[in-house]
Design a protein around this ligand. Structure first.
Ligand SMILES: NC(=O)c1ccc[n+]([C@@H]2O[C@H](COP(=O)([O-])OP(=O)(O)OC[C@H]3O[C@@H](n4cnc5c(N)ncnc54)[C@H](O)[C@@H]3O)[C@@H](O)[C@H]2O)c1
Length: 321
């Protein structure tokens, strides 16, 4: 099978490319290297079945040509990370709306199946635990720019499902919940790589707010297995599916666990949101837990890697870079 992975030089995309090549697929990566890195693909750079194309998902002619050469498209390219979304406001929305629209139109033109990476952020401030795919999206005001990411991804989901219902385009939408592990870069506000980098350098581990807010962190290898299972599952077409871990932890407890596993003597430092995001426009949600029953029912997927191993792997990578 020939796959096009947009954002294939990124954190999740590079692991996806490696896994597809390992099972004998041919892979074309389209990436503008805004947050992705060539070094992420270093292990497979000379693989005869890998092509790397530098360009943007908003370039319609390029995307249309690449989609035409693929059998299946995995659309991961996006502006990601709270810091990036807050710092590059127009560009972030453009990438996440126009980019997805361009990829969908190209898939429709060539009749190619699409896997679309959405996010748990679309559940927003909904207080329900755990989140099931048909639960409400409760987003904040447009004056709080952090919601633009969730809003853009939600619009992408509507558009993808509209192409499916109106034009029978085979689209599968998956909502990733806090995927983490080796190659996730600390520069854009992702919490585990930030904590690992701080623990190894002896700097404070900065916990935003009270630290009582909790998340479920999924190892990238488990995420990739779930995506591969979904792209191989025809009955998943036209569905929205959560991908995440059931192991919930508060951010303060995560910081403590990173210190314990790394053996670091660094300190935990609480930083109010107003200080962490002085430009304003930020608010957080207390809990974010996925219900993954649909994923398991459709594909048989189960999480294999626990949080302690995920932290060990993230620390190992942080030591190497
Ligand atoms: N990591 C997570 O926890 C998480 C959670 C929810 C959703 N997601 C989604 O998963 C996907 C992959 O995220 P990631 O964590 O690997 O982040 P990432 O930043 O490492 O990957 C995004 C990739 O897209 C590329 N890119 C950005 N704009 C582009 C453009 N205009 N044209 C071409 N390439 C472009 C970047 O260079 C990067 O390689 C994204 O769609 C993201 O929204 C990730």
């Amino acid at each position: 099978m020939r796959y096009l992975i947009t954002g294939g030089a990124g954190f999740i995309g590079s692991h996806m490319a490696e896994a597809m090549l390992a099972r004998g697929d041919t892979v074309a990566v389209l990436d503008d290297f805004s947050t992705g890195r060539r070094s992420n693909l270093a292990a497979v750079a000379s693989h005869p079945s890998l092509t790397i194309v530098e360009g943007s998902v908003v370039n319609s002619a390029l995307v249309t040509a690449l989609v035409g050469e693929a059998d299946h498209v995995v659309h991961l390219a996006a502006a990601v990370g709270v810091r990036k979304i807050m710092a590059e406001r127009v560009q972030g929305i453009r990438t996440n709306v126009e980019g997805s629209e361009t990829v969908l139109a190209a898939c429709a033109k060539h009749g190619r199946p699409l896997f679309f990476a959405s996010t748990s952020e679309v559940y927003g401030k909904n207080a329900k635990v755990p989140f099931s795919e048909d639960d409400d999206s409760v987003l904040g005001a447009s004056s709080l720019h952090r919601w633009s990411y969730a809003c853009a991804k939600l619009l992408d989901e509507f558009l993808a499902l509209a192409w499916f219902h109106e034009h029978k385009l085979p689209v599968t939408v998956a909502r990733f919940f806090n995927v983490t592990g080796p190659r996730q870069c600390p520069d854009y506000g992702m919490v585990l790589p930030r904590f690992c980098a701080a623990a190894l350098s002896g700097n404070n581990l900065e916990v935003h707010g009270t630290g009582l807010q909790s998340r479920c962190f999924l190892h990238v290898d488990d995420c990739v297995r779930a995506v591969l299972a979904l792209v191989d599952t025809p009955v998943a077409v036209g569905r929205v599916v959560n991908i995440g871990s059931d192991e919930e932890i508060s951010i303060r407890a995560l910081a403590e666990k990173v210190l314990e596993i790394s053996g670091s003597a660094a300190k935990i430092h609480a930083v109010p949101y107003a200080a962490a995001f002085p430009e304003g426009g930020f608010e957080d949600m207390l809990r974010r837990v996925p219900d993954t029953a649909r994923l398991s029912r459709l594909t048989g997927w189960e999480r294999k890697i626990d949080l302690a191993q995920t932290i060990r792997d993230a620390l190992r990578w942080a030591r190497e870079v």
